[in-house]
Design a protein around this ligand. Sequence first.
Ligand SMILES: Nc1nc2c(ncn2[C@@H]2O[C@H](COP(=O)(O)OP(=O)(O)OP(=O)(O)O)[C@@H](O)[C@H]2O)c(=O)[nH]1
Ligand SMILES: [Mg+2]
Length: 321
Amino acid sequence: MRRRHSAEEEADGVLGGEIGAVARAITAIENDLPAGHHVLNRVFPHTGTAHMIGITGPPGAGKSTLVNELIRSYRAGGAKVAVLAIDPSSPLTGGATLGDRIRMLEWHNEPDVFVRSMASRRFGGGLAQHTLTVAHIFDAAGFDPIFIETVGTGQDEVGIASLAHSTVVVQVPGLGDGVQTLKAGALEIGDIIVVSKGDRPDAQALARDLRRLQTLHDREDSPDDRWNPPIVMTSAIEQTGFDKLSAAIRSHKEWLQQSGTWEVRVRTMLATEISSRVQRDLMRRIQSQSVNQDAAINAVLARQMSPLAAADRLLESLSNR
Ligand SMILES: Nc1nc2c(ncn2[C@@H]2O[C@H](COP(=O)(O)OP(=O)(O)OP(=O)(O)O)[C@@H](O)[C@H]2O)c(=O)[nH]1
Ligand SMILES: [Mg+2]
């Protein structure tokens, strides 16, 4: 029979790197259970060191393959590595199931590698919050680095960038025309740009395009100590580029720390986590007052109240509770 664990025991378990405790804490956070909050409250003072690395790019771009290679590289240096794969649960993924998306990560029996998939549809708008909150648990358990794999659609790029200290944007050849905005968006948020599937014939052309776009984006007045996002080409088939990629990630971390940008990013990440939580909870509280909401909608429908006044009234009803 399964024994219940106290929050204190669970927190000690997480801090001691016990896989069972880590898994239970994450599940509790995912399901918004009080147990998750209690454990997080206790372990949070012991977090703040792990390097969080976002890996984003279109569906099927080769993100998981890349993460797999990066795990290998960090493991060789003795690191404990965690991966959080966010399943967008949207038709945009091309129907890939969670199983497919993590199949390439063959680390089941490695205690120092923890791979976890989360379905974003369960978060109801709290993607950023849930992702970062789970990452704190990994951090507390001594995992460093922590990879966060997300499917980028070309629109939510900015949000994705505030989930991590370093953002790796994966670009893939062969998407055809109409990817210009995707490329520009990628350049805006990418600390490191990867051209994956470098074995494909059109990979060189894509790298050239990206380099050209990058020069256009370059500003003459930028300070000397600015980070210049490198463009790295990788191929899983030819086994090339991964050393260069992991070196680039490590030097980005160094640059973050030396330039003081690390603290700036951490502040952004935590602010995003907090405000994402507040927004979600406010929405939930408004929705739970469906009587008020219905009355407000009806009043707007009858043109007795403007939509803005209705929104004001709903917010007021929350603070008057
Ligand atoms: N030719 C070639 N194929 C690759 C390379 N890397 C990955 N692939 C293939 O591309 C497909 C998708 O790879 P994944 O690593 O699962 O891509 P992903 O971006 O994680 O996919 P989603 O998580 O579903 O968005 C697989 O069939 C891989 O075998 C590469 O370097 N060259
Ligand atoms: Mg994947």
